[in-house]
Design a protein around this ligand. Structure first.
Ligand code: PXG
Length: 288
C-alpha cells in the first residue's frame, strides 16, 4: 500500500508525519471517510465540500482547490488498485511548536489513505442491531460544533467505549438538552406512521453524506421526511429505526435500551431505503 502525504506517495511503512504535527499534538485537523464502489468514489464532491466547511469551521485555510483534492484522491485509489474500498482523507494544521497556537504551523498536512474496507457483518443488515443510550452526551455545539468532522473524536470514542463495555456495537447519544443527537459514528433515522424523522444538525448531528443520500432517497420514493428534535420517547414509539454512515451504509435498528422498535424486526421502509441506496452507490460520484 502507498499513502499520499503532501503530494507524494510513500510505502505504508515509510508513511510518516512529524510528532510536532498539531493533528497529533492537539487533534487539530479535519477528515473525511469516503467509500469507493465499483470504481466510483461515492459522493466525492459532497465529501470535499464538507471537508472545506470543516476546515473553514476551524479557521484552517486549505491551500488545495477542490479539483486538486479530487485528483489526489483518485490517484490514491488507482495506485492502490482500490475499486471497492475506503478512503481516509486527513488535513492537519501541520507541523508546529509545542503550544496551542496554530500560528507557528507553517502549512497544513494532507494525507490520503485508500485501503480495503472491513465490511459490517452481513447479519447486521438481515437481523438488525441493538442500541443503548450512553451517559456521555454529544458535545455542545457552542463548545465544538459536531458539524465539524474534526480529528478530535474523543467525545464519540468515550461513548463507543461505554457501548462496547455494555456489549453493544453502537450507541444512541443525546445532546446536553436530552434530545437525540446521533450515534457514535452514524446518524439515526426513525420511521413513524410512514414518515421519516432525523435530528437536525443543530441538535448535535454530523451532516452525514449517507444521511443526505437518504434524504434524497426519501424524496425519490415520495416518503415525507422531517428534520426535528427527537426524544427517546420518539425512539420508543417509532415503527422502524435505522442508522446511516459511510461504513455502515443503512443498518436496521431493532432495539434501543432493551425495548423493541416496532415489531423488533428490520422494517419494510428501512429495507427499501437500503435497496435504493445500494443501487445508487456505484453511479453517484467520481468515476475512476
Ligand atoms: N456521525 C458521526 C459522528 C460520524 O463520525 C457519521 C455520523 C455518518 O456520516 P457519513 O458522512 O459517513 O454518512 C459519521 C461518519 C470509521 C468511519 O472509520 C466513521 C465514519 C464514517 C466512515 C468511517 O469508523 N463516521
Amino acid at each position: 500500500m502507498e499513502v499520499y502525504i503532501n503530494g507524494k506517495f510513500y510505502p505504508k511503512a515509510d508513511a510518516k508525519i512529524s510528532v510536532f504535527d498539531h493533528g497529533l499534538l492537539y487533534g487539530d485537523g479535519v477528515f473525511e471517510g469516503i467509500r469507493v464502489y465499483d470504481n466510483c468514489v461515492f459522493k466525492l464532491e459532497e465529501h470535499l465540500e464538507r471537508l472545506e466547511y470543516s476546515a473553514k469551521g476551524i479557521a484552517l485555510e486549505l491551500p488545495w482547490s477542490r479539483a486538486e483534492l479530487a485528483t489526489a484522491t483518485a490517484e490514491a485509489c488507482r495506485r492502490n488498485k482500490i475499486a471497492n474500498g475506503y478512503i481516509r482523507l486527513i488535513v492537519t494544521r501541520g507541523e508546529g511548536d509545542l503550544g496551542l497556537s496554530p500560528r507557528n504551523c507553517k502549512a497544513p498536512t494532507l494525507i490520503i489513505i485508500a485501503d480495503a474496507i472491513k465490511l459490517y457483518p452481513d447479519e447486521f443488515y438481515k437481523t438488525g442491531i441493538k442500541l443503548v443510550t450512553v451517559p456521555t452526551r454529544r458535545v455542545n455545539p457552542a463548545a465544538l460544533p459536531p458539524m465539524i468532522k474534526s480529528l478530535n473524536y474523543l467525545n464519540n470514542i468515550l461513548a463507543k467505549i461505554e457501548a462496547l463495555n455494555l456489549g453493544y456495537h453502537e450507541c444512541l447519544m443525546l445532546n446536553d438538552q436530552g434530545y437525540v443527537a446521533e450515534c457514535s459514528g452514524d446518524n439515526l433515522f426513525l420511521v413513524h406512521r410512514g414518515k421519516l424523522f432525523t435530528p437536525p444538525a443543530a441538535s448535535g448531528a454530523l451532516r452525514g453524506i449517507t444521511r443526505q443520500a437518504v434524504v434524497e432517497i426519501a424524496a425519490q420514493l415520495g416518503v415525507a421526511l422531517s428534520e426535528e428534535n427527537l426524544t427517546r420517547y420518539d425512539v420508543f414509539i417509532a415503527d422502524e429505526a435505522f442508522l446511516t454512515g459511510s461504513a455502515a451504509e443503512v443498518v436496521p435498528v431493532i432495539e434501543v435500551d432493551g425495548r423493541k422498535i416496532g415489531d423488533g424486526k428490520p422494517g419494510a421502509l428501512t429495507g427499501r431505503v437500503l435497496e435504493v441506496f445500494r443501487e445508487k452507490v456505484s453511479r453517484d460520484g467520481l468515476k475512476l
